[in-house]
Design a protein around this ligand. Structure first.
Ligand code: HEC
Ligand code: HEC
Length: 384
């Protein structure tokens, strides 16, 4: 029998040494993992093709696609692109005659000069009645799977029919609207050119509007230029922001893919549960407990121009949003609501981040680097 004692002592010693080194590495370096690379190393690493970038910090089970350049928008087979159809859609999008009052166009709440949103906390529509949610931008909607904050519309064609009939928005009745539009001669000509007959139906209206919307895309950001090989398009701070976004700050767990959205629904801590402005989001559509307070991850492209932010429109500064993520998006439940059978839970992907002041500034700089001011466009002359 070998003398075990002889082996025991050194291996015990080795184990303590290993533990000590793991402890030291964890406490003194991991908190600053982003700073393990200096600026030149980060630039070198991120100048490689995206497959060779440092490994992102994503949790198990997360649906992941790397951020990058937006591909071409796909037009569906049953509503293919034509220039004439997009032009007709644009006219309809800017036409207030689509509303009962004749005063409110889609563009009233999705204004190109306001990042294709309305710059307000929540929108107002017919009779200046307030809605309950922030008007989403329509930038890049051609890449979105399920539309609205809660994903209740499955296609842009279907989506367009909601605001037209919504009492708080355009408040039009389908029959009256079809009748009104059929009386406009230039529209008859345009519909005939696009659809083969001059009959104006709400279905065709929605097809034309959806085609126009699919052409509303972000312009090239400095991040895009960097990916296309323009080495000096991003500053050192912005590059650090990019690295943090993918690693220590964990944003990429949800804001992934070239859209900077996973097109999934998460509880980001913004339910206002138990208060007057409570909004349970996707749960109101699916009635699945796991969807309680979940909203679709918005794209972050051009985010600098689409405030105020969140489905509530209550966040007026990106600094504050970064600070809230840094704290792990706490979601206090008021005493009065604690007994309710279902309580919303923030996504387990949200954790306190321990970002330094410098790191928060770098993240903000990166949000600027993925934002390009939307192209200003002139409203078209309205058909008569
Ligand atoms: C009175 C303001 C108002 C008007 C008018 C309006 N919208 Fe909206 N729009 C909103 C609000 C608010 C939301 C978000 C609502 C929600 O998610 O529940 C929204 C959401 C959308 C979305 C979803 C975007 C996304 O990322 O999910 C699209 C697309 C859209 N609107 C297109 C249109 C079109 C097309 C029209 C005209 C037919 C129109 N809107 C008219 C306020 C308006
Ligand atoms: C758990 C998934 C998740 C993670 C992780 C996450 N986000 Fe979000 N983000 C969301 C969702 C969902 C919303 C919309 C929430 C709402 O309105 O209720 C959102 C909204 C935002 C908005 C507002 C956008 C708008 O158009 O209103 C910004 C800015 C933002 N996130 C930045 C970040 C940054 C920066 C990080 C990393 C520090 C991050 N997010 C991490 C899911 C996430």
């Amino acid at each position: 029998m070998p003398n075990l004692k002889k082996y025991y002592f050194p291996s015990f010693f080795l184990a303590v040494l290993c533990w000590l080194s793991v402890f030291l590495v964890n406490t003194s370096f991991v908190g600053q993992s982003a700073l393990l690379y200096d600026s030149d190393e980060l630039r070198q690493l991120y100048s490689q093709p995206t497959e060779k970038w440092p490994k992102p910090h994503i949790d198990k089970g997360v649906k992941f696609e790397e951020i990058g350049l937006l591909p071409e928008v796909q037009f569906p087979e049953n509503n293919s692109f034509s220039k004439e159809k997009a032009a007709l859609g644009k006219a309809l999008f800017f036409d207030p005659r689509l509303s009962k009052s004749g005063q409110i166009a889609c563009a009233s709440c999705h204004d190109p000069d306001l990042g294709w949103g309305d710059g307000r906390r929540v929108a107002f529509g017919h009779d200046r009645k307030q809605g309950t949610r922030n008007a989403s931008t329509i930038l890049n909607v051609g890449y979105v799977d399920k539309l609205f904050w809660d994903g209740r519309a499955h296609t842009l064609e279907q989506q367009a029919l909601f605001p037209i009939q919504d009492h708080l928005e355009m408040n039009a009745s389908p029959e009256e609207l079809e009748q009104k539009l059929n009386g406009i001669e230039t529209y008859q000509k345009m519909f005939k050119e696009v659809f083969g007959s001059e009959k104006i139906t709400l279905y065709r209206v929605s097809q034309a509007i959806a085609t126009f919307e699919r052409t509303i895309k972000s312009r090239t950001s400095r991040f895009d230029l960097f990916l296309k090989g323009k080495q000096d398009a991003l500053s050192d701070t912005e590059l650090l922001g990019l690295h943090l976004f993918r690693t220590k700050a964990r944003c990429i767990n949800c804001h992934s893919s070239p859209l900077f959205s996973d097109n999934q629904f998460h509880n980001d801590g913004f339910t206002f549960f138990g208060r007057t402005s409570e909004d349970l989001g996707r749960y109101l559509i699916t009635e699945r407990p796991e969807d309680l307070g979940a909203f679709r991850t918005p794209s972050l492209r051009d985010v600098v121009f689409t405030g105020p932010w969140m489905h509530t429109g209550t966040m007026a500064s990106l600094e504050e949003i970064i600070e809230m993520y840094n704290l792990g998006m706490p979601q206090p439940i008021p005493e009065s609501a604690k007994d309710r059978p279902l309580l919303p839970k923030s996504s387990p992907l949200l954790k306190p981040l321990a970002l330094s002041k410098e790191e928060k500034a770098a993240l903000l700089a990166f949000l600027h680097a993925i934002s390009a001011r939307p192209q200003s466009i002139n409203p078209p002359d309205l058909p008569h």
